[in-house]
Unconditional design. Structure first.
Length: 387
């Protein structure tokens, strides 16, 4: 009898331990599409891999059960555009309700503190994105009005305010949740494709802070290892630049670029010697670039006759999109080149480009004299140089 009792207690402990390693999700989707699947993806390093799937019942119900040894990121997904990022912790029992078409905005989510924090952040981020999208609509509606330059200045000021606001919110969010894996996700949020809330250069201390906090706690978790490697690589690159380059970029000769124009002719950056040149990196898919383009048009019209030239390099995916962007923004007057390889373009590592729009102002000998001029800053600098 005594031996039987010991065995029963041991079995109870083992069973209890197993249950604590599982996460259960009980979900309800309102207005479901009959016969569709919902997927569960797990984050591995920097990509998600589908690990389970179930058919959504006619009344919108679904259930998942997943063994989880430590806090981990998962994606609850209908398709690539309809998903919810979740942070599972061992033993959680999650209850989830949302509209079928909007997993990212759950009506109810209980039983997972990390997932709730992620959902709350996403709601705030989406509000910022919506406000910026409204500014783009204002720009498009007023594009051909006589006072478009005043409107653009106003739009730029508002957009910069929105970006600054979400950047500050994200920093506070990271500080408030510095020991949680949700701080890792916050580092990589985007306002638009490849337009990040957190700047790896200006906000690098937050990348270091999150890395220092999480690497001690989760040294074997792939996404944490990936951040740790990125931080170390960035520090190494920064140190290398200090050793090999002047302390300031000014008066360094800009590296040569040789890329095709829309007509197929290869045009060298060095062919512009003798002019003050704005070397500008952009893409038709980049909304901040498109907002900035009218400033370039104005500067070119006012200073081209005095020795100013623009050499604009596109990071577009396709030639069609590139040419359409040039035509729509009326940029035909100056030099355009591109290898249409998106972020795989040869200029990205050559100029250490991490985001666009991005530009350098070059003197008549091709040396860098200013960097990342925006709005009226371009004309102010040109007025100084081309008196």
């Amino acid at each position: 009898m005594k031996n039987y009792l010991i065995c029963f207690v041991c079995l109870l402990i083992i069973t209890s331990g197993c249950k604590k390693n599982y996460v259960q999700i009980s979900g309800i989707l309102e207005y479901p599409v009959r016969g569709r699947y919902i997927f569960l993806d797990e984050l591995k390093s920097n990509r998600f891999i589908t690990v389970d799937s179930v058919i959504i019942s006619e009344d919108g119900r679904f259930d998942f059960k997943r063994k989880v040894k430590h806090p981990s990121f998962y994606l609850l997904k209908i398709n690539q555009n309809n998903f919810l990022t979740m942070l599972f912790e061992p033993g959680e029992k999650i209850k989830f309700t949302s509209h079928y078409d909007s997993l990212n905005y759950p009506v109810v989510i209980t039983g997972s503190k990390g997932t709730k924090l992620l959902a709350d952040y996403n709601k705030t981020l989406q509000k910022t994105i919506n406000k910026i999208n409204l500014l783009n609509e204002v720009y498009e509606k007023n594009l051909y009005k006589p006072n478009i330059l005043e409107i653009i200045d106003s739009i730029e000021n508002l957009a910069q305010g929105y970006v600054k606001e979400i950047n500050g919110y994200t920093k506070k969010y990271i500080n408030d949740n510095i020991g949680s894996l949700v701080s890792l996700i916050a580092l990589y949020q985007q306002i638009a494709p490849n337009v990040y809330v957190m700047d790896p250069s200006a906000d690098f201390q937050y990348f270091v802070r999150v890395d220092s906090s999480l690497f001690r706690k989760y040294p074997e978790y792939e996404p944490v290892i990936s951040l740790h490697d990125q931080v170390r690589e960035y520090i190494a690159r920064t140190e290398a630049r200090k050793l090999n380059l002047p302390e300031t970029p000014e008066l360094r000769e800009a590296p040569e670029i040789e890329l095709p124009s829309p007509e197929g002719d290869t045009i060298k950056l060095s062919s512009t010697r003798g002019s003050i040149v704005l070397l500008d990196f952009w893409a038709s898919w980049c909304k901040p670039c498109r907002i900035e383009n009218p400033n370039l048009v104005r500067a070119y019209n006012n200073y081209q006759s005095k020795g100013f030239q623009i050499y604009q390099v596109s990071l577009d995916r396709t030639r069609e999109a590139w040419l359409k962007g040039i035509q729509e923004d009326r940029l035909e007057k100056w030099i355009h080149v591109s290898d249409v390889k998106y972020w795989n373009s040869v200029v990205v590592p050559l100029y250490n480009i991490e985001s666009i729009p991005f530009n350098y102002l070059l003197d008549s000998e091709g040396r860098i004299i200013a960097k990342n001029l925006r709005g009226n800053e371009i004309e102010t600098k040109l007025a100084e140089l081309l008196k």
